[in-house]
Design a protein around this ligand. Structure first.
Ligand code: SUG
Length: 416
C-alpha cells in the first residue's frame, strides 16, 4: 500500500456569489454585493488543480452541492421571498472550500489503522450549517472502501467544528505516524471563534488517536480580531515544517516547543509581524497557501496572486527563497474569485493521506477529466451572478442543470 497526500479540491459551484454572509471574514464582508463570475471562478480552481498535478502530485476533487437548497429553507419555515440572508444562504456555493468539509486522520495515526474522516458541522455560520448532510453523502461515496476508511457523522452541534482548516499534521514522511495539532478559538471577541476545543477533542476520540501524538492549541484572539476566522489563514504545515505568522497562536513559543518535543526535527518558519503584519497576512492570504512536497522533494508554497500584489509579503517571500530554509519554491496561482469570498488556495482543498487506488476513482483527477470538466463549466456555468439575481427561477434552473451536466460526465449519478 502506498500512502500519499491527495488534495481534494472543491469545484466552484455554478451558484458562486458574493453575499457577505461570514462575519469575521473580512474579504467576504467587503465584497458583499459585488458581481461574481462563477465560470471564471471554476476555471481558476481547475487550473490550480492542473498546476499541482503537473508537479507530479495526486489530485482529487469534490463536486458542488445541490443549490439552491430549498429543503433547508423549508426546514426554517421560510422561502426566498422573506429573509435575504437566508435566501442567499440557500444559494451559497460555500462547499467549494473543502478545507472545511471534514477533519482527516490518516491510517498511521489511528488505533485501527484506517483513515478516519469526520464531516464538519459548520454550525457557526447559517449558510454553511446545511452543507454537512450532502458533504457526508459525498465522503461516503468517495471513501466507501470500509477496509481503509471510516467516515463519521458530524460532532453534536453544541460544539462548532470547521474541519481541517483548524488541523495540522506533523510527520517526517506521510506514511508514518504523525502529530496531529488541533487549533481552537475562545469565544467572546468581536468576531465568532468558529472552532470549539471540545469539537476537536471529540474528533480525536472518534478517530482513535494516541494522546501522546496530539496537541490542542489556542488561536491568538488578536488573529481572530484581525480576520483569521480559521487557523489556516495564519498557519500551514507540511511534513515537519510549520509556516506561521508570529501572532497566529495565543502562546507561540509554548506551541513551537510542544511541536518540537513531540515531532523531533520539526522546523518552524515564523514570519515576524514587523515584516508582514497580520493585516498584510490576511489581505494577501500568505499562509492560506498549499505547502506541498512534489516527487522532486523540494518543498513548494502555492500562494495566491494577492501575495505578489503586496510588496511586504512579496519581499519577505524573496528573502525566504534567498535563504537556506526548507521551503524552496513559490508558485503563484490565480484564485481571485474565491479569494474575494475569503477562500485561498488552501481553503479550496482537503488533504487526505491515503492510497489513491483505494479512493473511488470517479473522484480522482487526470488531465483528460480536467479538460472535460472545463468544457462543462464553459458551457453551463453562469458567466456572472449579480446579487439581485439570487432567487431568480431561471437562474436556479441554470444552476441545477449545470451541476447535473457535471455529475453526468463524471458518472457520479448517486449524487444527482
Ligand atoms: O466560511 N466564505 C467562507 C470562506 C472559507 C475559507 N476556508 C478556510 N479558511 N479554510 C467562510 O467564511 C463567504 C460566502 C458569502 O459571504 O457569500 C464564505 O462563506
Amino acid at each position: 500500500m502506498s500512502l500519499q497526500e491527495i488534495n481534494f479540491d472543491g469545484i466552484v459551484g455554478p451558484s458562486h456569489n458574493y453575499a457577505g454572509l461570514s462575519l469575521g471574514n473580512l474579504a467576504a464582508t467587503r465584497n458583499a454585493g459585488a458581481t461574481a463570475y462563477p465560470r471564471a471562478a471554476a476555471l481558476q480552481g481547475i487550473a490550480k488543480m492542473k498546476a499541482n498535478m503537473a508537479m507530479g502530485l495526486a489530485q482529487g476533487f469534490f463536486v458542488p452541492l445541490p443549490r439552491p437548497n430549498r429543503g433547508w429553507l423549508e426546514a426554517l419555515a421560510t422561502d426566498e421571498s422573506t429573509d435575504p440572508a437566508l435566501k442567499a444562504g440557500a444559494w451559497s456555493a460555500s462547499s467549494m472550500w473543502t478545507a472545511n468539509a471534514a477533519t482527516v486522520s490518516p491510517a498511521p495515526d489511528t488505533a485501527d489503522g484506517k483513515c478516519h474522516l469526520t464531516v464538519a458541522n459548520l454550525v457557526t455560520m447559517p449558510h454553511r450549517s446545511h452543507e454537512w448532510p450532502d458533504t457526508l453523502s459525498q465522503l461516503r461515496l468517495a471513501f466507501a472502501d470500509s477496509a481503509h476508511f471510516t467516515v463519521h457523522d458530524p460532532v453534536p452541534p453544541c460544539f462548532g467544528d470547521e474541519g481541517a482548516a483548524n488541523h495540522m499534521r506533523f510527520v517526517s514522511g506521510h506514511d508514518e505516524p504523525g502529530l496531529e495539532v488541533f487549533v481552537y478559538g475562545r469565544p467572546g471577541g468581536r468576531f465568532p471563534a468558529r472552532q470549539h476545543e471540545q469539537a476537536s477533542r471529540i474528533v480525536t476520540r472518534r478517530h482513535g488517536l494516541d494522546p501522546a501524538r496530539m496537541l490542542f492549541v489556542e488561536q491568538a484572539p488578536e488573529a481572530i480580531e484581525a480576520g483569521a476566522f480559521h487557523n489556516d489563514v495564519v498557519a500551514v504545515a507540511n511534513q515537519n515544517v510549520l509556516f506561521v505568522h508570529q501572532h497566529a497562536f495565543a502562546d507561540p513559543k509554548g506551541t513551537y516547543d510542544a511541536i518540537r518535543a513531540r515531532c523531533p526535527g520539526a522546523q518552524v518558519v515564523e514570519v515576524p509581524s514587523d515584516r508582514v503584519s497580520l493585516e498584510d497576512a490576511i489581505t494577501s492570504y500568505l499562509f492560506n497557501a498549499q505547502l506541498l512536497t512534489p516527487p522532486s522533494g523540494e518543498m513548494t508554497l502555492v500562494v495566491p496572486e494577492e501575495c505578489r500584489d503586496n510588496s511586504n509579503v512579496w519581499s519577505w517571500l524573496q528573502d525566504m527563497l534567498a535563504g537556506n530554509g526548507p521551503i524552496r519554491h513559490v508558485n503563484v496561482v490565480d484564485v481571485r474569485q474565491s479569494m474575494a469570498n475569503g477562500g485561498g488556495p488552501a481553503c479550496l482543498r482537503l488533504r487526505v493521506v491515503a492510497d489513491p487506488a483505494k479512493v473511488d476513482q470517479r473522484f480522482m483527477l487526470d488531465d483528460a477529466k480536467a479538460e472535460r470538466m472545463e468544457a462543462v463549466v464553459g458551457e453551463f456555468w453562469p458567466e456572472s451572478i449579480d446579487p439581485a439575481q439570487v432567487g431568480s427561477e431561471a437562474l436556479a434552473d441554470q444552476i441545477r442543470t449545470a451541476r447535473a451536466e457535471l455529475l453526468e460526465i463524471l458518472g457520479i449519478t448517486e449524487l444527482a
